[in-house]
Design a protein around this ligand. Structure first.
Ligand SMILES: [Zn+2]
Ligand SMILES: [Zn+2]
Length: 346
């Protein structure tokens, strides 16, 4: 089968991946599931992988097929698999876990001690077929098109995971800030609007993103290029927001915590690339906290699919043919993709 593979880390996005012919995956473990990929979301994390940013964190055997936001049809299953069968339409949670280590038993799927993550540490979904396991596949509700929703496998669930933490922490009437209304932010904003009775303020440098935020449920927007963000948020929230979800994660946005949150607030870091440099005393004086966001639980992907089936969360995405994959990488690097890009493998 054909697969788009990374052979060496590079900053040249327009020729990052090579089109190789490789063997189609087969189930070699009783819980394995092979999925014919209908749609595979392109993610900023793919750009980060290509640049080698994940090399210090995970063992990446190059050449490797990228693609961790996958949905499609089950085509083969290991002998122990009982919950899905050939022909089922599924979305693939990016991490395939063991189910029996202590974090798995606690429901902390992302902390599994014996997992694999196709597209990050094993071959992923920029190919005709993908190998994952039974725990990682979530059957799609009737009427949900796998190509439309593929990016929810990572982008959607990550945004939802942060939104659910916010939903647990807020009371009706509280203020929530959404920083960055792009590929993840526009999903997180809708999840917050669906799950909380809060006032949502979106902060984004792009006029189109602020307009989209309004359309998707934001009550107010702030433009950092023309407004004093601290003064604007102070006026809107009357002294600070209860929670802040940072879908950008730049040096500037990670600095917002102490200025924009009220006492006891959380700054959820979802986007990444920058560094957090704040005086430790800032966290002490108002007891604000930074919280990381790592994908989400299998059950949260089921919940997100329920929101999708109810039309409470819609995904802005654009489809691209398999041949356009390096063009997509270059366009995302240049900030020229609106919403999410979905690759349709051959
Ligand atoms: Zn992703
Ligand atoms: Zn485990």
């Amino acid at each position: 089968m054909e697969a788009a593979r990374l052979h060496a880390y590079t900053h040249e996005m327009d020729e990052a991946l090579s089109f190789d012919t490789v063997d189609a995956p087969q189930p070699t473990h009783p819980t394995h599931v092979v999925v014919r990929v209908a749609g595979a979301g392109w993610c900023q994390t793919d750009n980060h992988i290509i640049e080698g940013m994940w090399d210090p964190y995970v063992d990446q055997p190059l050449p490797m097929t990228l693609g961790h936001e996958n949905a499609g049809e089950v085509v083969a299953t290991g002998e122990a698999v009982t919950t899905v069968t050939e022909g089922d339409q599924v979305i693939c949670h990016p991490q395939a876990t063991c189910g029996v280590c202590r974090p798995c038993r606690q429901g902390e799927d992302m902390y599994c001690e014996a997992s694999f993550f196709p597209g990050l540490d094993t071959d992923g979904g920029f190919a005709e077929q993908l190998l994952t396991n039974e725990r990682a596949v979530i059957p799609l509700p009737d009427g949900v098109d796998p190509v439309d929703i593929a990016p929810h496998a990572d982008a959607g669930i990550t945004a939802y995971h942060a939104a659910k933490k916010v939903a647990r922490a807020v009371d009706p009437g509280d203020h929530v800030l959404v920083v960055g209304v792009g590929g993840l932010g526009h999903i997180g904003l809708q999840a917050l609007a669906a799950m909380t009775a809060t006032h949502i303020t979106a902060i984004d440098v792009k006029a189109e993103a602020r307009a989209l935020a309004r359309e998707l449920g934001a009550d107010a927007t702030v433009d950092p290029t023309s407004e004093d963000v601290v003064a604007a948020v102070d006026a809107i929230t009357d002294g600070g927001a209860a929670q802040l979800v940072d879908f950008v994660g730049s040096d500037v946005t990670t600095g917002y915590a102490s200025d924009l949150l009220r006492a006891g607030g959380d700054h959820h870091v979802v986007g990444y690339g920058g560094h957090i440099h704040v005086p430790a005393q800032d966290l002490i004086s108002n007891e604000v906290a930074y919280r990381g966001t790592l994908v989400g639980r299998y059950t949260e992907l089921q919940e997100l699919m329920a929101l999708v089936a109810m039309d409470a969360v819609t995904l802005r995405s654009e489809r691209f043919g398999f041949d356009a994959i390096n063009e997509v990488a270059a366009r995302l690097e240049a900030g020229k993709i609106e919403g999410r890009a979905v690759i349709t493998p051959p």
